[in-house]
Design a protein around this ligand. Structure first.
Ligand code: SAM
Ligand code: DTB
Ligand code: SF4
Length: 329
């Protein structure tokens, strides 16, 4: 039985456990629901980069940031397909396309729908992250066969306004409901290491684990500090603000314990994490990563570094699509 009635107090107690007990419990839950040595590989592509009107304090693509990133236009389908084919050849299972929009405009929909259909035809799972969607746009994407939609809540409801002012936590929940209602799988997580408190991390996991249905994918990002963004500058100027590795692993473990069937994705920030910290995350239930040399705008470890890590840890890429049975529970 999947619980969606977790209390904050229960989740705070999970976070507070002695570390080895916490990791042991998370690993046990992981093994009850997933093949422990198999890790899903996903690849990202920024199909429309920069110039975003939103003011997310972590993001290089916000027009409010001084990251020096030039605003681009929506990529041609042929370029997207070339990147998707390369991802498939490198063993990726899912191709996630991101656009730096507050929300797609009506005139963009035909082009993104074509991307979904064509990438799917290559035999890849598709994921998109395009900002806020209304009911009709979610239905259009569902009709095109979109498998997943990524839309993060990012942090606790009470910390949200200190990270983003151009939209609310409630706006996020509204899009997530449209995505669910349209029958698209939900990918929803957030970022740790933005200067938030432990209580915020508890509130973040709580908000995810008490959604009407757990997200099928839960990306846990560690802030990648980008110069010129509010939070990147804060982190660069205050080195002690960097999230402690053990606290990061605790967050992964709490996500695994409270959302046992979900895929917990070790997402941004992996590049600057030691092999040992990543190994602890896999032990604590992370079972999905982004591969390739690029996330959206920042560098990633690259396929050969990932292959070396998998060989060192005896992990294998997941070969079958994750069971989409959460909806049936
Ligand atoms: N514009 C869309 C949106 O906001 O939903 C999609 C793209 S946005 C880049 C996707 C997610 O990437 C964000 O919600 C955030 O969690 C994560 N992200 C963005 N920049 C990051 C950074 N510098 N470090 C860590 N995670 C980041
Ligand atoms: C998510 O939670 N992390 C990915 C994906 N969803 C779209 C994005 C990470 C972006 C990291 C910063 C960058 O490369 O711009
Ligand atoms: Fe725009 Fe998404 Fe970046 Fe926020 S996270 S500034 S919405 S691209």
């Amino acid at each position: 039985m999947l619980r969606t009635d977790w209390t904050r107090a229960e989740i705070a107690t999970i976070f507070d456990m002695p570390f080895t007990d916490l990791v042991m419990q998370a690993a046990t839950v992981h093994r009850e629901h997933h093949a422990p040595g198999a890790v899903q590989l996903c690849t990202l592509l920024s199909v429309k980069t920069g110039g975003c009107p939103e003011d997310c304090g972590y993001c290089s693509q916000s027009a409010h940031a001084k990251s020096g990133l030039a605003a681009g236009k929506l990529m041609d389908l042929s370029e997207v397909l070339a990147a998707a084919s390369a991802a498939k050849a490198a063993g990726s299972q899912r191709f996630c396309m991101g656009a730096a929009w507050r929300a797609p405009k009506a005139r963009d929909m035909d082009a993104v729908v074509a991307m979904v259909r064509s990438v799917r035809a290559l035999g890849l799972e598709t994921c998109m992250t395009l900002g806020m969607l209304d009911k009709q746009q979610a239905e259009q994407l569902a009709e095109a066969g979109l498998d997943y939609y990524n839309h993060n809540i990012d942090t606790s409801p009470e910390n949200y306004p200190s990270v983003i002012s151009t939209r609310t936590f409630g706006d996020r929940l509204e899009t997530l409901a449209h995505v669910r209602d349209a029958g698209i799988n939900v990918c929803c997580g957030g970022i740790v290491g933005m200067g938030e408190t432990r209580e915020d991390r508890v509130g973040f996991v709580h908000a995810l684990a008490t959604l009407p249905r757990h997200p099928e994918s839960v990306p846990v990002n560690a802030l990648v500090p980008v110069r010129g963004t509010v939070l990147g500058d804060m982190l660069a100027d205050t080195p002690l603000a960097k999230i402690d590795d053990i606290e990061f692993v605790r967050t992964v473990a709490a996500a695994r314990i409270t959302m046992p069937r979900s895929m917990v994705r070790l997402s941004a920030g992996r590049e600057s994490m030691s092999d040992a910290t990543q190994a602890l995350c896999f032990l604590a239930g992370a079972n999905s990563i982004f591969t390739g040399d690029r996330l959206l705008t920042t560098a990633s470890a690259g396929d050969s570094a990932d292959a070396a890590l998998f060989a060192k840890l005896g992990l294998v890429p997941m070969t079958t699509a994750e069971p989409m049975t959460i909806a049936a529970e």
